[in-house]
Design a protein around this ligand. Structure first.
Ligand code: NAD
Length: 345
């Protein structure tokens, strides 16, 4: 059993913790946080052991949460740490907490690439993370883009260039401080956006340019994807590759799918915990091939959950598990993801 803890129990941390609890080769030893809010209280009420800095013991106790020990004590009890603290804190934690201990650490995409030995996307470069000490799971948008690129590379296609325009969600549902809003913001106000550079932190040779705006929604990002192939591709070949790739699903308008909100409603209807959608959702009727080599489509990306499967694979990879496809299958089965993309396509 791989002993795991999660440091930072927010949007990503709470989902990673629940995903670890579902794996038969992992044990969630505990979680650590610094704020005794409702999220940590829920974890505590579910029996998850909570560790906090010594100076925070009293505030957690006052909130009805009995700490199990300090964060340092938690780190001494685990093999792998998933750090899901806000951007920049992970790098600080690396120096103050992780460096001098025998733990392996998975960082998140808000950290700079140089925080880790390797930036990670399971379908694109699983083997590079095997046995590594510090690994960074790239961000939500980058994870979605890399899955699609890897789908075509893994099936023998040669990519000439990738262009992705991203409409980013303005905030996660719990981030009330970012609203109310009524705007479309250039995010960032330049082209290329940082997402292209982030994709290259995993696949350095890809010709990719990205741009992004932020829109006033909390549910998903929406990507306009455009991939050109060196030797051409047909629409059927393009679809077949997407169908065959784990963590990608195609949704068809004949089932009524026309929006991101419907994707989340679908997740509620099928009983997904938290209405999570860790798969890339590609709207099938937008999949088009222009001039025999230019593939275009629209894709919804549920930012809160999309990186969770990759965090689980990263835990296995740093622990020395070498079989990428076996890890992906184990993770997806445990999380109840669909094993092929044709369900609504
Ligand atoms: P969040 O703000 O929802 O949660 C962060 C949690 O960390 C909070 O509970 C906070 O109290 C806790 N925390 C803060 N400082 C801490 C410390 N020193 N020790 C322990 N806990 C501490 O953040 P998030 O959205 O889950 O983002 C976490 C990371 O994941 C970031 O790098 C982010 O860029 C990345 N990420 C976020 C998303 C997303 O859409 N939210 C998607 C992919 C990746």
């Amino acid at each position: 059993m791989i002993k795991v803890c999660v440091v930072g129990y927010g949007t990503i941390g709470k989902r990673v913790a629940d995903a670890v609890l579902k794996q038969d080769d992992m044990e969630l030893v505990g979680i650590a946080d610094v704020v005794p809010d409702y999220k940590v209280k829920v974890a505590y009420s579910k029996g998850i052991k909570v560790y906090v800095p010594k100076e925070k013991f009293e505030s957690f106790k006052s909130a009805g949460i009995e700490p199990q020990g300090t964060i340092e004590e938690l780190l001494d009890r685990v093999d792998v740490v998933v750090d899901a603290t806000p951007a920049g804190i992970g790098a600080k934690n690396k120096n103050t907490l992780y460096m001098d201990r025998k733990v392996k650490v998975i960082f998140q995409g808000g950290e700079k690439a140089n925080v880790a030995d390797v930036s990670f996307s399971a379908l694109a470069n699983y083997s590079k993370a095997v046995g590594k000490r510090f690994v960074r799971v790239v961000s939500c948008n980058t994870t979605a883009i890399l899955r699609v690129i890897a789908a075509y590379l893994n099936n023998g296609y040669k990519i000439e260039k990738v262009r992705v325009n991203i409409a980013r969600r303005g905030a996660d549902p719990h981030e009330y401080r970012r609203g109310p809003i009524n705007d479309v913001i250039l995010d960032p106000p330049k082209i290329p956006s940082h997402h292209a550079e982030d994709v290259k932190s995993v696949l350095p040779d890809i010709n990719i340019v990205t741009s992004a705006i932020a829109i006033p929604v909390t549910i998903t990002h929406l990507h306009f994807v455009n991939i050109s192939f060196k030797d051409g591709i047909s629409r059927d070949e393009a679809l077949e590759t997407l169908y065959r790739t784990p963590r990608i699903m195609l949704f068809e308008s004949s089932y009524g799918f026309r929006s991101s909100a419907q994707v989340i409603e679908w997740a509620r209807d099928i009983g997904r915990h938290r209405a999570d959608v860790p798969e890339n959702i590609i709207f099938k009727d937008t999949v088009s091939v222009i001039d025999q080599n230019e593939l275009m489509f629209l894709m919804a990306v549920h930012q809160e959950s999309i990186v969770i499967p990759e965090n689980i694979d990263a835990i296995r990879a740093v622990s020395g598990y070498t079989n990428m496809w076996s890890s992906i299958r184990k993770t997806d089965e445990a999380l109840g993801l669909f094993m092929e993309g044709k369900v609504y396509g």
